[in-house]
Design a binder for this molecule. Structure first.
Ligand SMILES: [Zn+2]
Length: 145
């Protein structure tokens, strides 16, 4: 258990200069995934919602942000099949990435492999669900709502 935690910390070091606040926010995001929840942040100052979560509001720069759960259906606004993947995700190819519109915010991510390509349609309702990748990493994917 302790070993796993250290790996996560080492990985974030590779991003170079990040503030302590940013690191703890991202770690909380992973913690919530582990609990089966996909979370974004909402600014308590101006109400702007962000996904992926941020430590500081991009609109008013307030650091007073709170977590909210990405739940319910979003609308599929675009998707595309990946033939090449970022380093570390090659073994998982091919998969599709997509953008869901939740009204106040949009969520970028991958589509669950349980859904055949031919069933994907722009405008269809989908939901965001936590998943565990073959590599053991925690992530999230879009499934039918
Ligand atoms: Zn704000």
């Amino acid at each position: 258990m302790a070993k796993k935690k250290k790996e996560v910390d080492d990985r974030f070091k590779r991003f170079g200069t990040v503030s302590f606040t940013a690191i703890s926010k991202v770690n909380d995001f992973v913690k919530y995934l582990d609990l089966g929840k996909v979370m974004g942040t909402r600014c308590k100052e101006c109400g702007t919602v962000h996904f992926p979560p941020v430590a500081d509001c991009a609109e008013c720069l307030s650091s007073d942000v709170e977590w909210f759960e990405v739940s319910g259906p979003g609308k599929l606004v675009s998707f595309s099949k990946l033939i090449y993947a970022p380093v570390g995700f090659e073994e998982d190819l091919p998969y599709s990435i997509a953008l869901l519109d939740y009204g106040d915010y949009k969520v970028f991510g991958r589509i669950s492999k349980d859904i055949p390509d031919e069933q994907l349609q722009i405008g269809m309702a989908m939901k965001t669900q936590p998943i565990t990748l073959p590599s053991g990493q925690l992530s999230y994917a879009f499934t039918k709502a």
